[in-house]
Design a protein around this ligand. Structure first.
Ligand code: MN
Length: 314
């Protein structure tokens, strides 16, 4: 059995890509099953509920050598804890290549598009398989989620074309209304504990080099209601401080992305984070919130800038 899973702290793309790719592989004669590496966020729970689909089970600890397919990620820091011992046979992803290595020749499909779902639609076409309505709905939801309905600079024409193709197959007439309902579900955070909010869409990135490595944790809260998040600013800063110490990180950032206004205001934990943000992004940091303007994509606008900033000189 091939275990198919997306990244830790899964988002809608990580969960739906695992479900859709496992179904696609099964139709192609591969014994594949979808798993997840964490709890669903509120948006993903909404998407699966609307689709009438159960969440994939949590990935059990797999024995060394077990065959796995990675979707929507490739870096070990974002994957199963014992990834190094597993046999990665397939990767379908739209992130930068990280520290991936494979024991044997593998099927690797990377494309610089806005969403894994967009690549999965191509895989259906290349295999000559029709797209089932359920799969169409899941892929469509992932593209809307990852691109913030085309607001993100990660959006490509292929993502737009994918949504235009998938919406009628999925039976979704009003894509705008569906996207807004997804974002409303994602923003309805209730009394979620501060650390859970920080870790909901959170990734650890290794910056620097072997001589001076430093791991940074970068969380993002995409919301239509930033006032709610800033109302919990003190709690969030306390959670960031605790996670930084607990996980031995050099820095922790939490970006609050206002989906509808396309802005990023990032919580500044200490002078360390403040200095890095001001030097890397050329912004004035005064107090616990840094205005990063329209930089709403961690993947395309935050991480590459920080990688450049921490890269060894010369
Ligand atoms: Mn994705």
């Amino acid at each position: 059995m091939l275990a198919v899973f997306g990244h830790l702290n899964p988002d809608t793309d990580a969960i739906t890509a695992a479900l859709v790719y496992a179904r696609l592989l099964t139709r192609q004669g591969v014994d594949a099953q979808a798993f997840r590496l964490g709890e669903l966020n509120f948006e993903t729970a909404f998407v699966l509920r609307e689709a009438g689909v159960d969440a994939p089970p949590l990935l059990p600890e797999l024995p060394a050598g077990a065959a796995v397919a990675l979707v929507d990620h490739n870096e070990s820091a974002q994957s199963a804890p014992n990834l190094a011992e597993l046999n990665v046979t397939r990767v379908v992803d739209h992130h930068k290549l990280g520290d991936l290595s494979t024991a044997q020749p593998a099927y690797l499909r990377f494309e610089p598009v806005g969403c894994t779902g967009t690549i999965l639609l191509k895989l259906h076409r290349e295999a000559g398989l029709t797209v089932e309505p359920l799969d169409a709905r899941l892929m469509l939801s992932a593209v809307l989620s990852d691109t913030l309905h085309f607001r993100s600079p990660t959006t490509t024409q292929e993502d737009r074309d994918a949504v235009a193709f998938l919406a009628p197959v999925a039976g979704i007439e009003d894509v705008e209304a569906y996207a807004l309902a997804m974002f409303a579900a994602k923003s309805d955070l209730g009394d979620t504990p501060a650390e859970a909010l920080l870790r909901m869409d959170y990734k650890v990135f290794p910056f620097g080099d072997v001589v001076a490595p430093q791991a940074w944790g970068i969380g993002v809260i995409e919301t239509t209601n930033p006032a709610y998040v800033f109302g919990r600013q003190a709690e969030l800063l306390a959670a960031m401080d605790q996670v930084k110490a607990q996980d031995g990180l050099a820095g922790v950032l939490l970006s609050v992305v206002d989906i509808l206004n396309e802005t990023n205001r990032t919580l500044v934990l200490s002078a360390t984070e403040g200095r890095v943000l001001s030097e890397a992004f050329g912004v004035t940091v005064d107090g616990p919130v840094a205005d990063l303007g329209g930089r709403i994509s961690r993947k395309k606008q935050i991480v590459p800038t920080l990688e450049g900033y921490f890269a060894p000189q010369g």
